[in-house]
Write a protein that binds this ligand. Structure first.
Ligand code: HEC
Length: 154
């Protein structure tokens, strides 16, 4: 009976430690909440990299949208592929660890949606459907901008 109690105590302790480790690993490098958004604290170089990826995102959205209007499916496939997971290959692991899990999943989710648009364009999907996919992809941009900010390092 006593052994079982000890065993349970050990199990619960281990679970607590695992939970704490999980929290630390997914929390990311977060600071204070300002204007309702969580600050993600990065170095100057990391912040510059993320912001340059953001400006590239805007260029991609514009390019894919225009290619859809022009009904140029090859161009849609190419531009959407470039903004998809392929663009993530060079992201440093150290930077990824600092990004909170919720932000990472929105970020990778957005890359995945660009890949979906690329695949759909290759499959010859109707431009109206491609435009709907792009419209819904942009909800990811909005969701992440509503939740997170990147303060200038001090
Ligand atoms: C995973 C989260 C996330 C997603 C998804 C995301 N962004 Fe951002 N973006 C941010 C954050 C955080 C900032 C910095 C905002 C701040 O500090 O006020 C930012 C900033 C920007 C900026 C400003 C760049 C600069 O030089 O200051 C642009 C432009 C931008 N995003 C475009 C987009 C577009 C377009 C999309 C969708 C295709 C997108 N973003 C998707 C998180 C995201």
């Amino acid at each position: 009976m006593k052994n079982i109690k000890v065993l349970w105590t050990v199990i619960i302790l281990l679970l607590l430690i695992l939970g704490a480790l999980g929290f630390i690993m997914t929390k990311g490098s977060v600071g204070e909440v300002v204007d309702g958004r969580t600050s993600v604290v990065l170095t100057q170089d990391e912040r510059n990299l993320v912001l340059s990826e953001m400006r590239a995102f805007l260029v991609s959205v514009q390019g894919v949208s225009q290619a859809i209007t022009e009904k140029d499916l090859d161009k849609v496939a190419k531009l959407a592929h470039e903004a998809g997971m392929a663009a993530e290959l060079n992201t440093p692991g150290e930077l990824l660890r600092k990004i909170p899990a919720a932000m990472k999943s929105l970020g990778f989710g957005t890359r995945g949606l660009f890949d979906d648009i690329s695949a759909a364009a290759k499959a010859g999907k109707d431009p109206i459907e491609l435009r709907k996919q792009l419209d819904s992809l942009m909800n990811n941009c909005i969701a992440c901008h509503t939740a997170f900010r990147l303060p200038e390092p001090l």
